[in-house]
Design a protein around this ligand. Sequence first.
Ligand code: TYD
Ligand code: MG
Length: 456
Amino acid sequence: MAKPQRRYTCQLCGSVASKWQGQCVDCGEWNTLVEEVGGVVTPFAAKHDLRSGGRAFQLSGLDSDVALPDRLMTGIAELDRALGGGLVAGSATLIGGDPGIGKSTLLLQAAAKLALAGSRVAYISGEEAADQVRLRARRMDLGQAPVQLATATSVRDILTTLDSGAPPALLIIDSIQTMHSDLIEGAPGTVSQVRASAQELIRYAKDRGTALILVGHVTKDGTIAGPRVLEHMVDTVLSFEGERSHQYRILRSVKNRFGGTDEIGVFAMQSEGLAEVANPSALFLTDRDEAIAGAIVFPAVEGTRPVLVEIQALVVRLASGATPRRAVVGWDSGRLAMILAVLEARCGLSFSTCEVYLNVSGGYRIADPGADLAVAAALVSALAERPIPADAVAFGELALSGEVRGVAHAGLRLKEAAKLGFGRALVPGSARDAGGTLATNCFSTAGALVDHLLGR
Ligand code: TYD
Ligand code: MG
């Protein structure tokens, strides 16, 4: 009989190796190779291909009638918005985020709100003792909510318990890394355990029409710990972001099979839990009375909502020949290097003997590609120590050629800036007429922006 061939599959990138290694040669991750026994082809199977012997099924068109999925509104508008309009019955949602960012707090609030509205809600904590959760609920004044609470880590125990009664409308598992399935070996938190536990819980949710929310821990590089397959298995992936030292938290939709992925929910962490922030646009602005060199406001757009943030640059000239530092908070460091290169190569500015620091105010992280022009303006202003007027905003994308390109939602950005009292905008030519009451300065190249800022 043919001996099954041993193969080792990386649980992160799916690459296959013939022998076990500590590090995957393709993606470079450590301890992700897991043995998978290769398929043994039986003599019977070898004689038949897959074109017969199966059960034929009906194919139908895209226009066949379908009922819209049932939505369960959590009553927390910012959460419902990030979910694309509430939770879908029978769906699985993964919510990731750094430890202490507020995942448990948010989910406890959602659970309590739904329970108070009459839905059956089960909250299973694998991390905190039930009393700890109760105390937290009491502190947030939610102690009266009829949430079904327990501490458990065995998926078999959890499903046995749930199956003995009516299924809950919402089941929260906090967190999937603490869950353990006795169907397979391995400690909780390992790739295979996380996958197996999630699989069982998702199957339960689909069978019973329960909306399932899994909490997932995040590794240092920001991906949800455990296998990438977890993200494939669930219907929706939300990421809870923010700087722990700041009050503001953003719930971002990364994947959504039932809606768009461009909406965000904004919250503020307060002593009595997370408060919704319905109008986030001026949230991240520091008090701006006088113009400071190196600072400019960028009107970002998240989904359909404008969010105004301040971009701050600091350029420090070095006397010695030491390697200058470049540090970025709230933006992409590769993108900063690109903007610096464009300013050097296309505009004749020199940052090579300068340390460059870039910061986005309020702990906000910019994901919008239109920030290039604002960053360039902040850098030039910092280098030349010439303040940009405090009532100016800037947006636009920079190409490597130094060209300034248009970005989406120009009108929305300018309208919001005007609403908050800004008077002028540095924009690409395509946004010339979108200004309304705002005066626009249009630029087609980075060089023209530099000339304008330096008064040349
Ligand atoms: P938590 O929800 O436990 O985070 P996670 O589950 O993502 O690890 O949030 C814990 C943090 O939130 C903790 O540092 C204290 C803070 N917090 C408040 O500031 N106010 C509150 O009302 C609560 C419940 C927590
Ligand atoms: Mg927690």
